[in-house]
Design a protein around this ligand. Structure first.
Ligand SMILES: [Zn+2]
Length: 427
């Protein structure tokens, strides 16, 4: 693989330190080997062995992490559509979504559930170099109680594509054990409801402490982690107490749940999936009617979620982007909208929103020593952005502005000219 010299960029390194103008980044093999102004090309290289890419002040930043991914949700209208889609078509769509993910600037992702073994097969194929996609932590089906919000078929119809129903500690243990046997990196439990499903609203807590704790024990015994869907305050408390690792949503938290999250901020992550609420409020009426959207209570729910995310952010809890993309009204490819919500709705600085997507992203991937910041020795997962996301965070949503996307030092996208050093003319 050729070495690459990114020349004269605005460096946002992902550590949260102030951005720096006029910076070069040298990439040799899959690693970053030098950073600084006016870098020389190491003398061991022939001119044709180094790609020189002139950035003229474009932004250099780390690749981002999408922390609530569903590759197998394929811009469906109803949750039921996910159940009914045959696994073969689901697989094909998920392969396409993996490519969309990395070409949107997200070079890593944490799955928050998938159909069957699709995530696992795609993760392995990406790691073997057979498919284009992000670094992935793969998940299995949503482990859920009977009557949860993903238990949506009439009781006389037994179709459960996206969920595995498991009631009681033993059933949860058995399910979690089998998901890890199949190769999942983490498992997903639905601890609260979700108000788009009328019989299992977000305020309801649908798993007991003992059931959640059983899943955590099985995961931690294998060095693996548990990801939960938890909106209600009680569900969040159960998750923290049971030592869940990643809590999705956490929006309806009372003061006690807030304190518990803050107290455990060094070991857990919160992924609010704000775009799900924002997009459903923006576009849901078109598909379901205004009355149905009003009935979800999402409008009030979003206001509560934003207040709580703001105080969690101020208290130093790690909040990550990841927005439940994969429905008709919040399609794949729009992942960077969560960063805009962090800035405009939660009150983060643009720099902190970038840190949450990069440095915190590497922490949730458990690759902090390798990814997430642009530092010498780290893997070269890098974006070049035509624009400054510190001035306008929405620039990250415009795929045409993502001029270079590198993963492991290799081009996923390169829309810029590549030059090679011209040797001094021999007189
Ligand atoms: Zn989700």
């Amino acid at each position: 693989m050729k070495a690459k010299l990114l020349r004269n960029g605005l460096l946002i390194d992902g550590t949260g330190q102030e951005e720096k103008l006029g910076m070069d980044v040298l990439i040799e093999g899959n690693r970053i080997t030098a950073i600084g102004p006016h870098l020389d090309i190491p003398s061991q290289y022939q001119p044709h062995e180094v790609d020189i890419i002139e950035l003229n002040g474009k932004t250099i930043m780390p690749g981002m992490t999408e922390a609530h991914t569903h590759l197998t949700w394929q811009d469906s209208l109803y949750i039921q559509d996910i159940d009914f889609k045959p696994i073969e078509e689901t697989m094909v769509g998920a392969i396409k979504n993996a490519e969309t993910m990395i070409k949107s600037g997200f070079t890593s992702c944490v799955s928050a559930a998938a159909r069957g073994r699709v995530d696992i097969a795609i993760r392995d194929a990406i790691n073997r170099g057979q498919l284009i996609g992000p670094r992935m932590l793969a998940n299995g089906a949503e482990v859920s109680a009977t009557g949860s919000f993903v238990d949506v078929q009439p009781s006389h119809v037994s179709v459960h594509g996206l969920a595995i129903l498991a009631d009681g500690e033993d059933a949860v243990r058995r399910t979690v054990r089998s998901l890890f046997k199949e190769g999942a990196d983490l498992v997903k439990l639905n601890v609260s409801g979700e108000s788009l499903t009328a019989h299992a609203r977000g305020e309801m807590t649908l798993y007991t402490y003992k059931e959640v704790r059983a899943a955590v024990e099985e995961a931690h015994a294998r060095g693996k982690r548990v990801y939960t869907h938890a909106r209600s305050s009680d569900s969040v408390k159960i998750c923290v107490e049971a030592e869940v690792d990643i809590i999705g949503h956490a929006d309806f938290i009372d003061d006690e749940a807030f304190e518990m999250l803050v107290h455990n901020k060094d070991r857990l992550f919160v992924v609010p999936a704000l775009n799900w609420l924002v997009s459903t409020l923006e576009h849901g009426a078109k598909y379901f009617g205004q009355e149905a959207i009003d009935a979800t209570g999402y409008k009030e729910g979003l206001e509560i979620a934003l207040r709580n995310m703001n105080r969690l952010y101020k208290a130093g809890v790690r909040i990550l982007p990841g927005g439940d993309y994969g429905f008709k009204w919040c399609p794949h490819g729009e992942y960077a909208r969560d960063l805009e919500h962090f800035v405009k709705l939660v009150g983060m600085t643009p720099m902190d929103a970038i840190v949450s997507a990069t440095k915190y992203g590497s922490q949730i991937m458990e690759m902090e020593d390798e990814l997430g910041t642009i530092e010498v020795g780290k893997l070269a997962d890098i974006l070049v952005v035509d624009g400054n996301p510190l001035d306008d965070i929405t620039v990250l949503q415009d795929h045409s502005k993502l001029k270079v996307i590198l993963k492991d030092g290799e081009y996923i996208v390169n829309l810029l000219d590549v030059a090679h050093q011209v040797e001094n003319a021999v007189v």
